[in-house]
Write a protein that binds this ligand. Structure first.
Ligand code: AMP
Length: 280
């Protein structure tokens, strides 16, 4: 496995792979890898014959009061996990390399970045799309793999790729969970033992909603009201949003008469957790 920090070296290697006819798969990550990331890498390993993992904690997608400096990091552990899945290259640029003095360009997707997490994290998705566009220009992949856990991120990236004719296939991978249902996340490390129990309220809320829909409930506000009650019955929880929306446009739906996205963002202690399910 090769470790590349320099942007031009990565670009030259990807260019060479492309002209030699290889299919390049790219898995962007911020590191502190868990089984969710590993699953993305496995899909990438199957779908591409050259697999690049990017490892970069992108400062521009964090708000001024968010956890950029405290974001968990474990480069050595990440490299050994990447090696064990058969990653060909880990591309890990520096922040100065990605955003040198005088940097001035942003890529911002429109309406769908305004809903859900976009409401409470202004500028977050512009940070994400800008860094992902840069990573795509550097690693030149044919396909890129993202998790459905960050559902809005996945649809925002699909929109960007379509709008900017990037010609990259975007593959979504179902959320990988702990045995008790908690969606894996690098931020789960922030949870103390009691908060860890309360964090289960997200998946319980999703399951409750799915069960209500199966029993015939169609009214979004009835369902989100019950999910809210359930989550707030757990200590340390602070709901950012509970949203039921169209899975493609992310526009709120009042009546569930086709598959709809239930997305949650809940602060449990200092960890802001997200999770989602398609209600059908
Ligand atoms: P991150 O390092 O948190 O930026 O995540 C990198 C990629 O891993 C993103 O595409 C995430 O959606 C994906 N990911 C994170 N957690 C999970 C999970 N539990 N299951 C599947 N994919 C995940």
């Amino acid at each position: 496995m090769e470790i590349i920090e320099k942007i031009n070296i990565m670009q030259e290697l990807s260019e060479r792979w492309r002209s030699d006819g290889h299919t390049i798969a790219c898995v962007p990550t911020m590191g502190f890898l868990h089984e969710g990331h590993i699953e993305l890498l496995r899909v990438g390993r199957r779908r591409g014959d050259r697999l690049i993992m990017t490892l970069f904690v992108n400062p521009t997608q964090f708000g001024p009061h968010e956890d950029y400096t405290g974001y968990p990091r474990d480069t050595e552990g990440d490299l050994s996990k990447a090696r064990s899945v058969g990653v060909d290259v880990v591309f890990m640029p520096t922040a100065e390399g990605m955003y040198p003095d005088g940097y001035q360009t942003t890529i911002a997707v429109g309406e769908i970045t305004q809903y859900l997490c976009g409401r409470s994290r202004p500028g977050h998705f512009a940070g994400v799309t800008t860094v992902v566009a840069k990573l795509f220009h550097i690693t030149k992949p044919h396909l890129a793999i993202f998790g459905e856990k960050d559902y809005q991120q996945l649809v925002v990236i699909r929109q960007m790729v379509r709008d900017l004719n990037m010609g990259i296939e975007i593959i979504g991978v179902p959320t990988v969970r702990e045995e008790d249902g908690l969606a894996m996340s690098s931020r789960n490390t922030y949870l103390g033992p009691e908060e860890r129990l309360s964090a289960l309220s997200l998946k319980r809320g999703l399951d409750l909603a799915q069960a209500m829909v199966k029993e015939g409930e169609k009214d979004s506000s009835t369902i989100s009201g019950e999910v809210r009650k359930l989550i707030l019955s757990h200590p340390f929880t602070n709901i950012d949003y509970i949203s039921i929306s169209d899975p493609e446009t992310l526009i709120d739906v009042e009546t569930i008469d086709k598959p709809s996205l239930l997305a949650l963002a809940v602060k449990v202690g200092k960890a802001r957790l997200i999770d989602n399910v398609i209600l059908r």
